[in-house]
Design a protein around this ligand. Structure first.
Ligand code: DGJ
Length: 335
């Protein structure tokens, strides 16, 4: 009797200690490892994107259940390693069966952009309507005056009549912004220019190439635009590719070299591209962001963040088990 009481007491103390322990601080990136937020929960922000505003980074991504799509989460950070849960920025609607974002819909690859003129945050994402699998193939827009939301759904549509699944948004230095999207059952990758308010697309729309690619992630360095994409193998990883162009409306040339280097380079380290983050205020610092999907439990899909190397023949991403921001300061010989 006494022993069992003692066991019970020590169990309660152990649980209490575990609960009381502060969430540890991350001082490095651990690609593919569990990433916990300030509350000790998994960071649940897949297929996402990061924006810098007023001294903080904000990470928007898909909130996932085991398989369900549960909206768009937003987290904030000052150092890119430690993330504070901010809000469910956009929630599916449970009360209106006519809503295009009715619970049961699929919201993927949210990308965030700030419009300087309207002072609005605009959230673009891939939307699949409830009960239709991936047949609807639409892009959707939501808007908010506050970065962490709540975002109001504006509309969903097929850009210029084209199917639109995986997508990204790219904002150029001149303020013009573009939607880059997988179309025609993912066989074509297309680009269209956004309207000035970023709430819709213009009729300026062009096919970039027809290579059956998805998961587009764009960045610009030394006046060249770069585009990383994946092949189309569902949640399974595959080989990435890199295209480049001087003119966003011109020809995008595919590199004969693969941008991924090191362990599992031909499977993008087990991940799939989603975004390239230009480090705030640093001319030559870019971070490649990929999702390491877990199709059996999507909310436990992991993140791969790795620096982009720019001294190589083409921009490359070298696998590292761990790294921190000092990497960017190191001499190239140590990379
Ligand atoms: C690959 C896409 O890149 C993901 O965003 C998701 O749509 C899965 N396919 C679904 O199989």
């Amino acid at each position: 009797m006494k022993t069992s009481i003692l066991v019970a007491i020590s169990f309660v103390i152990a649980i209490g200690t575990a609960i009381a322990q502060p969430v540890s601080t991350n001082n490095q990136f651990l690609p593919g490892q569990k990433l916990l937020d300030n509350q000790g929960n998994f960071v649940n922000a897949h297929g996402g994107a990061v924006i810098f505003q007023d001294g903080k980074y904000y990470w928007f991504g898909e909130k996932r259940g085991t398989s369900a799509s549960e909206g768009v989460n937003v987290y904030s950070s000052t150092d890119l390693c430690n993330w504070k849960f901010e809000a469910l920025a956009l929630a599916p609607v449970s009360t209106d069966t006519n809503s295009e974002i009715e619970e049961g819909c699929v919201m993927e690859r949210p990308k965030i952009i700030y419009n300087q003129a309207t002072k609005q945050y605009v959230l673009w994402f891939h939307l699949e309507l409830k009960g239709q699998g991936y047949a609807a193939a639409r892009v959707a827009v939501a808007v908010s005056n506050q970065i962490t939301g709540p975002y109001q759904f504006v509309r969903s549509f097929r850009p210029n009549g084209n199917m639109s699944r995986d997508m990204t948004i790219f904002q150029d230095d001149d303020g013009l912004a573009y939607l880059i999207y997988s179309s025609r059952e993912n066989y074509d990758l297309r680009i269209t220019q956004l309207t000035d308010d970023y709430l819709s697309v213009t009729t300026k729309d062009k096919m970039l190439f027809s290579n059956h690619r998805e998961a587009p992630a764009v960045f610009k360095h030394n006046n060249l635009y770069y585009l990383i994409t994946s092949g189309c193998t569902g949640w399974q990883p595959n080989k990435a590719s890199l295209h480049a162009t001087k003119n966003i409306w011109g020809d995008w040339v595919e590199s004969t070299l693969n941008p991924m280097r090191g362990l599992e380079w031909d499977k993008t380290f087990g991940g799939q591209s989603t975004y390239v983050l230009p480090v705030q205020g640093k001319k030559d610092q870019f971070i490649f962001i990929a999702d390491k999907w877990n199709s059996r439990n999507l909310k436990d899909s992991r993140y791969i963040w790795l620096p982009i190397q720019l001294h190589t023949e083409i921009p490359t991403v070298q696998w590292m088990e761990n790294w921190n921001m000092n990497w960017f300061q190191q001499p190239v010989s140590k990379h």
